[in-house]
Design a protein. Structure first.
Length: 246
């Protein structure tokens, strides 16, 4: 019979694998993922990934779907969503309060996510204004994902179209160079942009954003979701100003 786990009792390595699977399948388990894909994503060997997933399957947190595809069990989904939520809260803290960049905050959050207690997690959530997404706009859990619009790929927008940056997908989050470029150009959730040019032959998209022109290849542009026109500001979380001690 599979063992029951408190997510904080999992090893740091197990938490990283569950988080990687959660990121690649998405908040709604819509994508198919294999151990080999997870291995490439994490920069480990397929053998190492397969061995870890054998343990997670034995623990009842992961199961095999068709062929070699992996998916989270209900218990695994609960654990992975909890890990993702702590990771997201830490990223909000590190970016909006401490002032780290997107790429470095992800690395630091990975180190800290298994160490915070439920009490600290609850206090962080309260202090940060109860965010429903990570700083890149990705829903914290499946319930939130169902309530929010899906958005469309930036790469599909035609020249002359206004749009609002909605979210930087989980796949894009794993590209530190892309994250740094988007952050440097202020192409963050809630930013207003206008598509200036889109070319299949040149594999590029040029837009006008908060800090002027920016150019992306169509593939990285496909990893950014937008909403046409000017979106409802309520969709974009802003961390409240810290209370002033008296």
């Amino acid at each position: 019979m599979p063992r029951r786990h408190d997510q904080r009792d999992l090893s740091a390595a197990a938490q990283q694998y569950l988080l990687a699977l959660r990121v690649l399948v998405g908040p709604d388990d819509s994508s198919r993922v294999t151990a080999a894909q997870i291995a490439r994503h994490m920069g480990v060997t397929t053998q190492a990934a397969s061995e870890m997933f054998r343990r997670l399957v034995a623990d009842g947190l992961v199961a095999h779907a068709e062929g070699r595809d992996l998916h989270l069990t209900p218990a695994g989904r609960t654990a992975a969503d909890g890990i993702f939520r702590r990771h997201a809260l830490l990223e909000w803290l590190l970016t909006s309060v401490i002032g780290l960049g997107w790429a470095e905050s992800d690395d630091e959050a990975m180190r800290l996510q298994g160490a915070i207690s439920p009490r600290v997690e609850a206090r962080l959530d309260e202090m940060l204004g109860h965010p429903e997404t990570c700083p890149h706009g990705n829903p914290i859990d499946a319930e939130t994902a169902r309530r929010r619009p899906a958005g469309i790929r930036l790469s599909e927008m035609e020249a002359g179209s206004p749009a609002t940056i909605y979210r930087i997908t989980e796949e894009a989050e794993e590209d530190a160079g892309l994250l740094s470029y988007l952050e440097a150009r202020a192409l963050t959730p809630g930013a207003q942009v206008t598509i200036l040019a889109r070319s299949e032959s040149l594999d590029s998209l040029t837009l006008d954003g908060p800090r002027g022109r920016a150019t992306l290849g169509l593939r990285p542009a496909a990893l950014v979701r937008v909403l046409p026109g000017e979106a409802d500001p309520a969709l974009f979380h802003r961390v409240p100003a810290p209370a002033v001690a008296r």
